[in-house]
Design a protein around this ligand. Structure first.
Ligand SMILES: [Cu+2]
Length: 187
């Protein structure tokens, strides 16, 4: 009887340990992780930018407390809470990259030849600049869907495969200060 009780207790402990060790979002083998972050405060953002009928995608609450006014005060450099993490990622040639949007807003994870302005004038061109980089031109209505194909809505993720050895740059076409570099080694 005692032996059985001890065995059951051990089994329960092992079971609990297994649950505790499971990561929230399990990474698959050969896959490096990037997180896409923002801290939009829904009450503030959606009052200004939450009109679905106008084509806006509302901010979903992730506990963020940044108001539109505070966010705008960082322009044109951009709010540092809107970011890709890490800034630089080193991977092997065979590895894929999974970028997961843990922020409340919609972003894009777009490969670009050189960093530069995105496609939303109010965010990108507060100083009147109009030089949207080629990869972001046209935004989500770009005829070849290039930008839309790299869109990552709240809670979603995108997997980038087949990166060739060398340096690759990724940027958000909405918030162009969200940038990172992926260095692919040829092993
Ligand atoms: Cu963004």
């Amino acid at each position: 009887m005692m032996k059985l009780r001890i065995a059951t207790g051990l089994g329960l402990l092992l079971f609990m340990a297994t649950i505790i060790m499971l990561p929230a979002t399990p990474a698959m083998a050969g896959e490096a992780q990037v997180v896409i972050l923002d801290e939009c405060f829904p009450n503030s953002f959606n009052a200004v930018l939450g009109n679905v009928a106008a084509g806006n995608i509302p901010c979903v609450s992730v506990g963020g407390s940044r108001t539109v006014a505070a966010f705008a005060s960082f322009l044109p450099a951009g709010d540092p809470l809107w970011a890709f993490k890490p800034d630089v990622l080193k991977i092997d040639e065979a590895e894929n990259v999974r970028a997961t949007n843990e922020g409340g807003e919609t972003h894009t994870f777009t490969e670009v030849a050189a960093f530069g302005n995105g496609f939303i004038p109010a965010v990108n061109n507060p100083t009147g600049a109009t030089n949207t980089i080629p990869e972001c031109q046209g935004g989500f209505s770009n005829p070849d869907n290039h930008v839309a194909a790299t869109r990552v809505v709240h809670g979603a993720n995108i997997v980038v495969t087949g990166l060739t050895p060398g340096k690759h740059l990724f940027e958000c076409c909405i918030h162009p200060w969200m940038r990172m570099e992926i260095d692919v080694g040829n092993e």
